[in-house]
Design a protein around this ligand. Sequence first.
Ligand code: C2E
Ligand code: MG
Ligand code: MG
Length: 612
Amino acid sequence: MTLLISEVGDLVCVVQLARAEQSKQSMETLLDRIQHIERHLGEIRESYRFNDLIGLSAIHAALYPAIHDIGKWSSEGVYQFKPTSPETLKLIELRASQANQQATQLLSESAGEALEILSRQAWRMSGFRQVIIIMLGIMAVMSLALGFFVLRQQRTLVALKESEEQIRYRANFDLVTGLPNRPNFIEHLSAAVARSRRTRGLIALLFIDLDRFKTINDTLGHDIGDQLIKEAGSRIVANVRSTDMVARLGGDEFTVLLQDMSDAMHAPLIAESINEQLTMPFRLDGHEVYSSASIGITICPIDSEDASTLLKNADMAMYQAKDMGRNTFRFFTKAMTNRARQFLELDKDLRRAIERDEMFIQFQPIYDLRRRMVAGVEALMRWKHPEKGIIMPEVFIPVAEETGLIVEMGYWVLDRASREAMRWQQLGSAMPYLAVNVSTRQIKGGFCGEKVSLILEQTGFPPEKLVLELTESLLMEEDKRVHATLDGFRSLGIEFAVDDFGTGYSALNYLRSFPVSTLKIDRSFINDMVDNQGDAQLVDSIVAMAGGLNVGVVAEGVETLEQASILRKFGCTLFQGFLYGKPVDADTLFRILIEDTIPDVISEDGRSAQVS
Ligand code: C2E
Ligand code: MG
Ligand code: MG
């Protein structure tokens, strides 16, 4: 018994040590001690005498739940500093529940045996001694009852603690991968940053985003998606030291915290090896799945000494890696912060731009050279910033797309442009078709037929004269909602043009399944066509293909007579470009329409004339 009590005291010390050190070794010692005590308990139980009965049952009642409790605590400890060792975790949990079961069994056995011994003793004695024995018996039974009561109390506590732990586990760990989650990671990152401030140690933060994850998830289902995330998590863990931390921030985003690095240049080496591992095929439920990763790297204290800034840095660098064509890594640079700051500033100003009437539209004519008239007009958005002057769409459209503002801006352009077009007609000009750009993020953000139809009703603009310019990537979308939206537009009588044709995908199947009225050959081909035979051939075949499909073809960005002449030879008749007319305000465009000031730059047989 003394041995047992000193062992319990010893165990408490070991537990404290394990808590303080939080090392694998101290955890193993702890496990060792629990086993040791259990072995001793067995021995003591074998040799116990009647006198020990009361003390023993009390110890049973108190010690086993305590072991259970310690077991549970240690599993929590294991969760905290060694989340990737499910084997140790399971072992401790198993031991704890076994101990609890054993405690109940021992206690009932003790109760049985105690009563048996008592009844035997009581029969043998007589008179006063019998009374004493019976009283002792009653005390023993009461102490056993107390033991049961204590055990039950302990159990309830343990059960409470268990659910509390489950809640804590869920709050700190990602259930799919078992890796620490975002709040847990940020806590560790903050602690590591604080340590680095004291020790000047180097920390690298890697932000990893799987490429193509969304496509895999959408096409193969969430189960496979989860399996991919889990497997990717294990591959990342396998590439770092056990002292480094890997976390899943959510979705397909992981982070790695590399601590106490001797050289910052180790970070890209690790990023490279992670990348290499993630490009190897994943075998998931009989599917061979290919992925890769884009990784952003930031170094503490070089880039920042603040946890949330470091996370933002690494995120930004990761996006840069994505922009570089994926499957690569990028270091964070200060220039990225400047860009992000500009982005935030633009976003703030852009939100007020519409209400402050800072947006305006320029119209660029699209000429039909065969019929010698303006066939259509493209509406192009501009922003007159109160301090920065005119800002072009290439700068503000990505910001509006990122923040979702593009949807509202899209309705605004449509409303304003169709009003202007109605005014031209009322003032006596012919009605050209009106081309309005619609981006993929705009459609995905909720730009829809109902609202468009309402705007057209209000402005009186005929839907069949409206052409929405879409990108190839949008038409390639597998998202059913996108197609439902496009069908909605089509049912109103609206037509579609493929903008920047040739830059998106090589697959052209969508042209057969999705009716478009016009292809707009991207400006880059028109520009390079003069010097590059390959581009010239491509333009030639696009024009021929469009003829075969019976769709119109517009050459975008025609700037020189030479380009125009080649295009005419290929049989292209619709031209848009600075050679024929730059984007202009609504009044100027009206004048072009009524004054018939079509620049006589090229005659029908393809020979050039003077430029107006
Ligand atoms: P886009 O739809 O391909 O528009 C044609 C762009 O080429 C316009 O640039 C136009 O000014 C320019 N351009 C036309 N002819 C020539 C030429 O001969 N030479 C050169 N160098 N450029 C020429 P802009 O106005 O800067 O617009 C850029 C892009 O911004 C547009 O490309 C379009 O994708 C987007 N955008 C413009 N307005 C809107 C809008 O209201 N909504 C959406 N979603 N996107 C818009
Ligand atoms: Mg366009
Ligand atoms: Mg274009």
